[in-house]
Design a protein around this ligand. Structure first.
Ligand code: GDP
Ligand code: MG
Length: 605
């Protein structure tokens, strides 16, 4: 297949608008997968992806298609079509941008009833900035509330898309699907590479396979890649020999060669995905090849401490984290020690979803039980002497007690929110409560408003989306992109139990919110810490200033005193129960804190 017969495209859509279903239909239509293969949504391979209905790891599939609309005869030209899937969440926008860099076009899927939503807008701009040919696909036209004409108008107004370009489909009933692949071939240009240059390819994704080692997904930009070739990474300079090369059809299918413009996999003896960085350029070894533009190292935006739920499990957790980061090189991991939780890890994530997914995979795939500390964003603190530090762990601020803080900065995001207009009031209230600054307020049609806000990242990582959904009866859609740091009045909030600070509960908050957050944390803790043999004071403090306080009075009697002498089995049971309880406790000084308390604190913002 010469480049003229190759098309590389992706499908982009707001969540639930039908991206995966459409992808499945196209794979069936081309015989790449069997109809009714029993596993809906072929491309979503991870368990968490199926459960959450989102794509975390991009997948790619190659299809072969005979283009018969031009000529009906049987030797109509055959095309090689690469469907390059993209992750469906803002946390992975860098990965999305790399996947799109390997495409020349995209299907922009919009639900015919829901119309353009927040992620539609974000996705459109990503594709637009990558200079892709965009084919609008208005999907779910079988629904009774479908209003494709309204969607066409929205596309015209927001993106200046000509209404006549839109394809109308139902990925459910199959209606209109026959137009999709011909449109891909006719409207999307073929990949532009140079066939006779030394090989140069973009690394789209990588994962670790226990038997085969690291498998890289690549798009060959120039030249051809053959089994036995020597290649090198532009980012690390390391050289490898190509052991296996082929296409995803949709499983790994060896072909021995990938030509200019094609997309496929390479196995080259890499030991860890840390050697296979997304966006890196792989090229012919010992050649002076210009790296492809756009490579960036992973940017960690959310940090949290991860500790074994049971103190003795440190080794097990350590092993699980090591295994999992082998597959997800975008997590940063450093050891840390807490007075409350013992030995653990400080992990950096691309965003909140990435963090959740990592936790979930630790528990589901490795059976690890973890306690995580209040997530934090990377703040920047400047001291009186002009030195600056990035604070990824609030407890770390304590290690500079002698230094006066001169200024602090926090990361912000630009959020896009789309809502039916009757919810504008409450959403504006929520955003200003979260320290947002309104940047835009427009209407996208007669019923729907679009709000743009600059918000501190910290304000959206704790429960923002849930609250937004709650106050809009589930109608709001939300997306955001990273923006710059802004100066802010931040303080470190400590939690003290009987006067002793619990480092794992420290958090950094905005000065104006400190009082309220302190009060909430202290109240939550009072609810979750059980009464003990002595009085417990629970305090929130900024420096030496106590801003909230609760007291948990001492237990009056020993629980055993209740069983008068005789009933030994009951006594035994009670002691056992106490022991059970102990196991799930973390002791700080003399106070036992149940694990739930740590979980509950995560929900306070
Ligand atoms: P994604 O999040 O964009 O990947 O969306 P999915 O493909 O997972 O689809 C979300 C839901 O919409 C699923 O329950 C699909 O069965 C359903 N769906 C997808 N396409 C259509 C369609 O054309 N018509 C109808 N009625 N439902 C559809
Ligand atoms: Mg999906």
């Amino acid at each position: 297949y010469p480049p003229e017969r190759v098309r590389n495209f992706s499908i982009i859509a707001h969540v639930d608008h039908g991206k995966s279903t459409l992808a499945d239909r196209l794979l069936e239509l081309t015989g790449t997968i069997q109809k009714g293969h029993g596993q809906p949504q072929y491309l979503d391979k991870l368990q968490v992806e199926r459960e959450r209905g989102i794509t975390v790891k991009a997948q790619t599939a190659t299809m072969f298609y005979r283009h018969t609309t031009a000529s009906q005869d049987s030797d109509a030209p055959r095309y090689l079509l690469n469907l390059i899937d993209t992750p469906g969440h803002v946390d992975f926008s860098y990965e999305v941008s790399r996947s799109l860099a390997a495409c020349q076009g995209a299907l922009l899927v919009v639900d015919a009833a829901q119309g353009v939503q927040a992620q539609t807008i974000a996705n459109f701009y990503l594709a637009f900035e990558s200079n892709l040919s965009i084919i609008p696909v208005i999907n779910k036209i079988d629904q009774p509330t479908a209003d494709p004409d309204n969607v066409k108008e929205q596309l015209k107004r927001l993106f200046d898309i000509d209404p006549s370009e839109a394809l109308l489909t139902s990925a459910k009933t199959g209606k209109g699907l026959e137009q999709v692949l011909p449109a891909v071939i006719d409207r999307i240009p073929s990949p532009p590479g140079k066939c006779d240059s030394p090989v140069r390819m973009l690394l789209l994704d990588s994962y670790y396979d226990e038997y085969k080692g690291v498998i890289c997904h690549v798009a060959v930009v120039d030249g051809a890649l053959r089994k036995g070739d020597k290649i090198a990474s532009a980012a690390t300079g390391r050289a490898y020999e190509v052991l296996d090369v082929g296409i995803m059809h949709p499983e790994l299918t060896p072909t021995g060669v990938l030509y200019t413009g094609q997309v496929g996999y390479v196995i080259s003896g890499m030991r860890s995905t840390k050697e296979a960085r997304i966006g890196d350029t792989l090229h012919q070894a010992k050649s002076t090849v210009e790296p492809l533009p756009g490579f960036k190292p992973a940017k960690h935006m959310v940090f949290s401490g991860l500790y074994p739920a049971d103190g003795s499990d440190f080794e097990a957790l350590s092993h699980a984290i090591e295994k999992l980061t082998c597959n997800d090189a975008s997590v940063s991991v450093t050891k840390e020690t807490s007075n409350a939780l013992g030995m653990g890890f400080r992990c950096g994530f691309l965003g909140l979803l990435h963090m959740d997914v990592f936790h979930q995979r630790l528990e589901q795939e490795y059976g690890a039980q973890v306690i995580s500390t209040i997530p934090t964003v990377p703040y920047i603190f400047e001291y009186g002497d002009g030195s600056k530090i990035q604070v990824e762990n609030p407890a770390a601020l304590a290690s500079n007690p002698g230094k006066r803080v001169a200024a602090c900065w926090e990361p912000t995001v630009i959020a896009t929110i789309i809502i039916p207009s009757e919810y504008v009031g409450p959403v504006i209230m929520l955003c200003s409560e979260r320290r947002g600054e309104q940047l835009e307020y427009t209407f996208i049609d007669a019923q729907r408003a679009l709000l743009k806000y600059r918000l501190p990242l910290k304000e959206i990582i704790v429960d923002f989306y849930n609250e937004l959904k709650g106050i809009t009866s589930g109608y709001a859609t939300f997306d955001y992109e990273d923006s710059e740091y802004q100066q802010s009045d931040l303080v470190k909030l400590d939690i003290l139990l009987n006067g002793q600070p619990v480092d794992a509960m420290a958090t950094i908050v905005h000065n104006q919110k400190a009082q309220r957050v302190g009060k909430e944390l202290v109240e939550k803790l009072k609810k979750f810490i059980e009464r003990q043999m002595f009085e417990i004071t629970i305090q929130a403090a900024i420096g030496s200033k106590i801003i909230a306080r609760e007291t948990l009075s001492a237990m009056r009697k020993n629980v055993l005193a209740k069983c008068y002498g005789g009933d030994i089995t009951r006594k035994k049971k009670l002691l056992e129960k106490q022991k059970e309880g102990k196991k799930r406790m973390k002791r700080v000084g003399s106070v036992d804190i149940p694990q739930e308390a740590f979980h509950e604190l995560l929900k306070v913002s």
